[in-house]
Design a protein around this ligand. Structure first.
Ligand code: SAM
Length: 283
């Protein structure tokens, strides 16, 4: 069995090649590249002369058998034009097919525009969602905006320069006050990271014509207020506090705060629930 190496390449700055990526590409019997001319520039820079074949969006299914046959005969390194193969780039189908054929699939990690933008954004990184490019068709875009309205994690998006202003305008209409970061030309000479809200981003783009490559990082939706408790939940909590020795006043105060109820309603519920017992005591 052979190994399919998924080799990350720079997203702009040619120095962002790992030593391991250089060695794997040097030793690979075959490099499958999204655009062989683009990859040639990189290979020349590192004096790599391995044979190349093209593997891109438009031949990724037709070329599958050829690359699988090459894998049967020896290792294959997959590279895309920039960054990590399989991330908004060809790779997924080949990975699935190579796994099914029993080959080893190994990542040679490196640059990825989404991760670079997320980490410099200043928005929460502990949970995020990568959305690739936003849908273009109006109906799909509307559904997507609705979904993003509920999305609590930080959202990372790719966008082409000629569509950036339009996409930001859609985000500004839907989420004016959410924070938005526009990361441009990462790792390159004119790298910039703009931070503001969706609304101010729309204004910013009115006076700055987008040029280059962009990642958008959008703040997730604010947490919803805690769900209001049902009467049964409030009563259970009250009984638990009273059984633990709390005074009625303390139990009402604590449970009201936890449950999102006002104290008067909690007191009324406590009285109502106690009524039959008190009446029994009266007899
Ligand atoms: N596989 C790549 C990766 O790992 O990032 C992404 C390829 S995708 C076809 C190309 C998109 O990535 C661009 O349209 C842009 O949104 C983003 N991108 C790539 N390089 C970038 C850079 N240097 N700065 C900002 N965004 C970049």
């Amino acid at each position: 069995m052979s190994t399919l190496y998924l080799v990350a390449t720079p997203i702009g700055n040619l120095e962002d090649m790992t030593l391991r990526a250089i060695r794997v590409l040097r030793e690979a019997p075959l490099i499958a590249a999204e655009d062989t001319r683009t990859t040639r520039v990189l290979l020349d820079r590192y004096q790599i002369s391995a044979p190349m074949t093209s593997y891109h969006e438009h031949n990724k299914l037709g070329k599958l058998d050829t690359i699988l046959a090459a894998l049967d005969a020896g290792d294959v390194a997959l590279v895309s034009d920039a960054g990590t193969p399989g991330i908004s780039d060809p790779g997924y189908e080949l990975v699935v097919a190579a796994i099914a054929r029993g080959h080893t699939v190994t990542a040679i990690p490196g640059a990825c525009a989404a991760i670079s933008a997320l980490t410099v954004s200043g928005l929460p990184t502990h949970a995020f969602v990568f959305e690739g490019f936003a849908p273009r068709k109006p109906a799909a875009l509307a559904r997507w905006i609705e979904e993003m309205g509920r999305e609590r994690r930080t959202i990372v998006l790719y966008e082409a320069p000629h569509r950036l202003a339009k996409t930001v305008a859609v985000l500004a209409d839907a989420f004016p006050s959410r924070r938005l970061v526009i990361a441009c030309e990462l790792t390159k000479m004119f790298e910039s990271v703009w931070r503001g809200t969706c609304e101010t981003a729309r204004d910013y783009l009115r006076s700055h014509t987008p040029r280059g490559e962009y990642v958008l990082v959008l703040e997730g939706a604010a947490p919803q207020p805690a769900e209001t408790w049902s009467e049964a939940q409030v009563l259970n909590a009250l009984n638990a506090r009273l059984a633990a020795g709390a005074t009625r006043r303390d139990a009402v105060r604590d449970v009201a705060e936890q449950a999102g109820w006002n104290k008067r309603d909690v007191t009324a519920l406590l009285h109502a629930s106690a009524e039959p017992a008190e009446r029994r005591e009266d007899f």
